[in-house]
Design a protein around this ligand. Sequence first.
Ligand code: S3P
Length: 449
Amino acid sequence: MSGHGEPIAMTATRSGPLTGRAEVPGDKSISHRALILGALAVGETKVTGLLEGQDVLDTASAMRAFGAEVIQHGPGSWSVHGVGVGGFSEPADVIDCGNSGTGVRLIMGCMATSPITATFTGDASLRKRPMGRVTDPLALFGARAWGRSGGRLPMTLVGAADPVPVRYTVPVPSAQVKSAVLLAGLNAPGQTVVIEREPTRDHSERMLRGFGAELAVEDGPEGRVIILTGQPELRPQTVAVPRDPSSAAFPVSAALIVEGSDILVPGVSQNPTRNGLYLTLVEMGADIAFQNPREEGGEPVADLRVRASSLKGIEVPEERAASMIDEYPVLSVVAAFAEGTTVMRGVRELRVKESDRIDAMARGLEACGVRVEEEEDVLIVHGMGPGGVPGGATCRTHLDHRIAMSFLVLGLASQRPVTVDDGSPIATSFPVFERLMAGLGADIARTAP
Ligand code: S3P
């Protein structure tokens, strides 16, 4: 859905200890993929724990437009009656992916090797984001794309009538690009090979295998080599979506910086391609216990017990960037409350997310009295220690859910309240954020514009 209606200003005020249980919603990456792979399987896939954020709801609508039957049975409980690989029909109208880069890029991938045409658009944020990174490899299969200048939405993609398999090295660390190529490879004959120099989240690989595709992964000198055999018959699955580590990052970070806090965040995915933030926080001195480690829905999960901690700034290893790419905004908030400097390198990809996240965080942190240094590929935050962040500013969120939630977390521990100009995009990934945070004792309120 394009647009978010009226902006919703929100203010976070210094709060007492956060306590209790924070049940964060299902993983966004896995939720998109469950709907898409369900639509490509023959028969009925059942999904529990689906994230009902706007991004995923937009993907559900898109799958309906391509001919799948997608039904909600109850909270988080959905079924998808799929049409099979190569079975998509041509949508009758424009596909609106709202705020979701993952949605649009994965969906472009899975239609690119079918003889149909679709036009994609999104909200003001998504219409600024580069699509050439997916349409370039999709052209190798034989698909053709026409978009606005700079490869931007709205864009029309004409799927290849006679697709050929490809061998493609992903030039940027991006699971969206990798996944778009793999999904396109599903309907190409023969083997499609995707090489990534740096490993990124591996949900597509895990789930493609789970749905019955033949997929091999080899580690070689060029990086991770993923070999997919095309034109499988995907078998419907029952998918239990684990809780999202990227959403858990907000209550976890808040509990670390709000004095006296002690919370439990159950069932959070600890997939090693997603857990970089948690490794980093522990290195900074965070008191996080990873309790009851187990497997759920094919992913390693744990219950996180998090207590307020004295933290120190660190140099975040550059090679960890892909495993925590969505968590740098909130890490930069935590870093503001640490003693010493936190250096985040290799973070260039943050500039092409829902907003330019390096710029958005740097400007907002500065407005809140935190000293920040920024380069094209680097963000450095000079910590002010517990209780040391002045706050007292209004931060711009640029239609970016994670920027909004990060500054609201900051306001829970800063000296003066922090306002975000628009918290409405939070609904794209974490629709229960306000209720969940209030349940822990956080003072976050909607404010008159
Ligand atoms: C995602 C991949 C990441 C991430 C996004 C979700 C995915 O994007 O930022 O929130 O589900 O594949 P990139 O692949 O562009 O890094």
